[in-house]
Design a protein around this ligand. Structure first.
Ligand code: FMN
Length: 201
């Protein structure tokens, strides 16, 4: 404990934070404010972060949603099943992206889990000048789901959701959907994304 002897004999009223030592009052010094702890600088580059995250193999989906000017779509691999009861699923999109703006406006979406032969769809809907609207979707066999979002043919499955909540996290937003309808598709196996390349199983 740090402090000081105030040099006076301990007579009269002794303050509650004082200790009597050999008849002198020892008054404790107020606790020093904690030193600010500097946040550790990240020990990696953005490239290293992307490279190691890319080692986590995922499936690939095309998330479709209805819109006033017709449907739109974006390629997404952050799709996750969140809860079985209630049935909830999630996709995570860069907050300042066109895909996130479309999903926010639609408030509903369909997750088309791509089949092994659908690498072309994945590339098309990952491009920033990707087409949208009814005419764009006319090029791909599909039907309209219960949410009004296109359900693409040839996938391994569809999950249709109504947007339940949005959670901004860093530069992305988690879009949590209440699952409205599901369907296992006809494709033989999934398209797999690993290390920036596509694989089939
Ligand atoms: C395999 C693959 C997975 C992707 N997954 C995501 C994702 O989970 N979230 C996301 O925001 N963008 C993802 N992207 C990028 C988007 O597809 C798209 O390039 C981006 O949204 C373009 O920005 P825009 O929506 O503003 O045009 C992925 C791209 C690829 C090729």
């Amino acid at each position: 404990m740090t402090g000081w002897f105030d040099g006076t004999a301990g007579v009269g009223t002794v303050p509650p934070d004082a200790t009597m030592i050999l008849g002198h009052r020892f008054v404790a010094a107020p606790a020093a404010p904690p030193e600010p702890v500097p946040a550790p600088a990240p020990g990696f580059t953005s490239r290293q972060l992307r490279d190691v995250m890319g080692q986590f193999a995922t499936g690939v989906t095309v998330v479709t949603m209805p819109g006033v000017d017709g449907p739109s779509a974006v390629t997404v691999n952050s799709f996750t099943s969140l809860s079985l009861d209630p049935a909830l699923a999630m996709v995570c999109l860069r907050t300042r992206s066109r895909g996130a703006a479309d999903l926010r406006a639609a408030a509903r979406f369909a997750v088309n889990i791509l089949g092994a032969g659908q690498g072309d769809l994945c590339a098309l809907f990952a491009s920033s000048d990707r087409p949208s609207g009814h005419q764009a979707f006319a090029a791909f066999p599909h039907r309209t789901g219960r949410t009004g979002a296109p359900l693409l043919d040839g996938t391994v499955g569809h999950v249709e959701c109504v947007l339940e909540s949005q959670v901004p996290v860093g530069d992305h937003t988690l879009f949590v959907g209440a699952v409205l309808a599901v369907e296992t598709g006809s494709a033989d196996g999934p398209l797999v994304f690993h290390g920036g390349r596509y694989f089939t199983t």
